[in-house]
Design a binder for this molecule. Sequence first.
Ligand code: HEC
Ligand code: HEC
Ligand code: HEC
Length: 142
Amino acid sequence: MFTSRPLRRLLIFYGLLFGAVYAGAAVFSTSAHAEYGDVIINNYSDQAGMRPVIFPHWFHRIRFRCKVCHTDLGFKFKAGGNDINMLKIFDGEYCGACHNGEIAWGVENCVLCHSGKPGERTRVHNSTADRLVAPVDRKPQR
Ligand code: HEC
Ligand code: HEC
Ligand code: HEC
């Protein structure tokens, strides 16, 4: 039977989605944690029962020019400011422009991207904004 390649990928995706969401803790026990400068993207993940996405910005910046992502691929300069979902990624948009098993490992590696701690909000990890809201142990000024 003939099945187009995108369709086959989509079917595999939904198989994996089902497996990943229902296999629960066992699948996600190898979670990474965000490092300085990483972007945590959690517009939809938590609600969908997936861990938030950690995008290691520095790792990518040393490999590609800013223009590749922020001009050619259209990533807006704002943590969480892009409406990303898996269908778009499957269609080769956003992360899917590279994570397609050709330029970089493919989309079936769910936990390599969905590696954040559940409930982590969308932000740049340890950004200036983060530090502003963190409690500071300082004596009152005189
Ligand atoms: C491989 C793709 C990629 C490359 C290369 C890249 N970025 Fe990004 N950048 C992203 C993504 C993805 C985000 C987060 C967008 C989101 O959360 O929707 C981001 C977010 C940002 C932000 C917003 C952070 C914030 O505070 O909200 C800035 C600023 C930025 N990038 C600057 C740069 C600069 C400067 C370069 C080159 C030195 C660069 N980026 C290279 C993908 C890339
Ligand atoms: C311009 C191409 C490009 C885009 C766009 C891109 N990546 Fe990557 N990414 C790569 C390459 C290349 C690697 C290294 C792959 C390898 O080591 O085989 C990588 C590696 C990674 C890694 C592993 C980092 C490590 O420490 O090994 C993660 C996590 C990741 N990408 C997440 C994302 C997410 C999430 C997005 C979308 C928000 C994204 N990437 C968009 C090219 C890209
Ligand atoms: C290359 C990185 C990457 C990989 C690999 C990846 N995702 Fe995602 N995924 C994302 C990004 C980025 C988002 C948007 C995150 C957000 O806003 O919460 C997302 C969102 C989602 C969502 C919520 C939106 C939607 O499309 O329904 C689900 C569910 C999801 N991913 C499941 C999966 C599953 C299951 C796998 C493995 C088959 C997977 N993802 C692999 C990057 C990735």
